[in-house]
Design a protein around this ligand. Structure first.
Ligand SMILES: Nc1nc2c(ncn2[C@@H]2O[C@H](COP(=O)(O)OP(=O)(O)OP(=O)(O)O)[C@@H](O)[C@H]2O)c(=O)[nH]1
Ligand SMILES: [Mg+2]
Length: 408
């Protein structure tokens, strides 16, 4: 199953501009509230240094792309309608799309760092808004929505907990009623531990405890990266600094989505190229560049990269997948000599697997038959035989050997 990210945030923060930047889509962007009316999902990519160089082969990627020595591995990203304060009580477009957001593994919370949206989400004079307030309000709406959702199921959960013989059974009662939100048993267990609660407390839940539980579940189940947007506006400097000062427990990546979108468009016409190694844009053909695009490159490379160290949407996606979600890249191959699939495609697939995934987990991802008769894997870097319990490391190239089906 593909890794999935959801773009959330206040209306007008620049979510769709970001979505179009990373997917090449052309969804409507507008300076009025609630331009995006329903969720849109598309494919984007994270980048990892490809192993083909090290193995001295020419590759023919199938599930991914290899450009300039970088593997572009597909993930899904969903753009969501904007939120505003009071959304959980039905203001704006309400929170009905949050269940769609919950299908994601992690969130990108986009904040207008320039303060050019007012409390209600209307475009306003830059600097008059409050990015930290926006962030807090939207987070509050999500927790409120989640809390109501649990509340609506509380009778059912209480009954399950009442009849549970063990704590584990009681935990099942909680997490099964949250199905569809990608909340796992482990998330529930962690949330109970962090709130000092037992699953049996659900028989007698206070409002305050429920809020605490919802807040922790939100944090644990959807790791979140903050994208501080609109850094091209002078007022964003203060906003970005205040976000960093006030939010210490989250990674914040700055960008200017509108400039990045211009650069991606320039990339499509062959004028510039994004360089994943240096995380900047390089000019390919300056004669194709407009004055505005030249300024965008200057701003991105000189200001954002040099001043902020790391910036931009490709960096944000990579951080979300490799750092927040702690994914590793693995290359399974059916033919260990040619490093290819059965059709001869060399290093065809690069998969993302969560840290801690074993050879057995990988076999299950590829095919249940392969998993059933799994004997071992061969690490094609060293020739070592690895047991099914071996924990996959980033950029492993593996040949899985199974009694039922010799492949990959
Ligand atoms: N200056 C500047 N403006 C931006 C930037 N990103 C987006 N905008 C502008 O902000 C407005 C809102 O952009 P959208 O991408 O539609 O915002 P959204 O968050 O998708 O909004 P909703 O769909 O209504 O929730 C548009 O006028 C954009 O051009 C940026 O980096 N800098
Ligand atoms: Mg939008």
């Amino acid at each position: 199953m593909a890794v999935r990210l959801a773009i959330i945030g206040k209306t007008n923060a620049g979510k769709t501009t970001i979505f179009n930047t990373v997917t090449g889509r052309n969804e409507p962007i507008g300076n009025y509230m609630f331009t995006t009316q329903s969720p849109v999902t598309a494919v984007t990519y994270v980048t990892s240094p490809c192993v083909h160089k090290e193995f001295r082969v020419v590759d023919n990627p199938v599930n991914s792309k290899c450009i300039d020595g970088w593997r572009y591995i597909p993930i899904e990203i969903v753009d969501l309608p904007g939120l505003i304060k009071g959304a959980s009580y039905g203001r704006g477009l309400g929170t009905r799309f949050l269940s769609e957001a919950m299908k994601a593994d992690a969130f990108l919370h986009v904040v207008d760092a320039s303060g050019s949206i007012d409390e209600d989400g209307r475009i306003a004079e830059p600097g008059t808004g409050d990015p930290f307030r926006d962030y807090q309000e939207i987070e509050g709406e999500i927790v409120q929505w989640l809390k109501s959702l649990i509340e609506n199921n509380l009778d059912r959960i209480a009954k399950r907990v009442e009849y549970a013989k063990t704590e584990q059974e009681a935990i099942s009662g909680i997490y099964e009623s949250l199905s569809g939100l990608k909340i796992t048993r482990l998330h529930v267990m962690q949330a109970l531990e962090e709130t000092n609660m037992s699953a049996f407390d659900f028989k007698n839940m206070t409002d305050q405890k429920l809020w605490q539980f919802a807040a922790i579940i939100r944090d644990i189940s959807k790791p979140t990266l903050i994208v501080a947007n609109k850094l091209d506006l002078p007022t964003a400097d203060t906003g970005f600094r205040s976000l960093k000062e006030k939010i210490k427990d989250k990674i914040i990546v700055p960008t200017s989505a509108s400039l990045e979108l211009a650069l991606r468009r320039a990339e499509e016409k062959g004028a510039v190229r994004y360089n994943p190694a240096e995380e900047n844009y390089v000019v390919v053909d300056s004669s194709k560049l407009t004055q505005e695009e030249k300024k965008a490159i200057d701003f991105f490379n000189k200001f954002l990269i040099r001043e902020m160290m790391r910036a931009g949407m490709q960096f944000a996606l990579n951080v979300a997948v490799f750092k927040l979600l702690r994914m590793n890249v693995v290359y399974p191959v059916a033919d260990p000599k040619r490093l290819s699939d059965k059709k001869g495609n060399v290093l065809p697939d690069a998969y993302l697997v969560p840290d801690g995934s074993t050879v057995k987990d990988l076999a299950e991802m590829i095919h249940t038959d392969l998993a059933k008769g799994l004997l071992y894997a061969i690490d094609l870097r060293t020739g070592l035989r690895l047991p099914p319990t071996y924990k996959i490391k980033d950029r492993d190239v593996l040949h899985l050997v199974s009694a039922s089906k010799k492949s990959k």
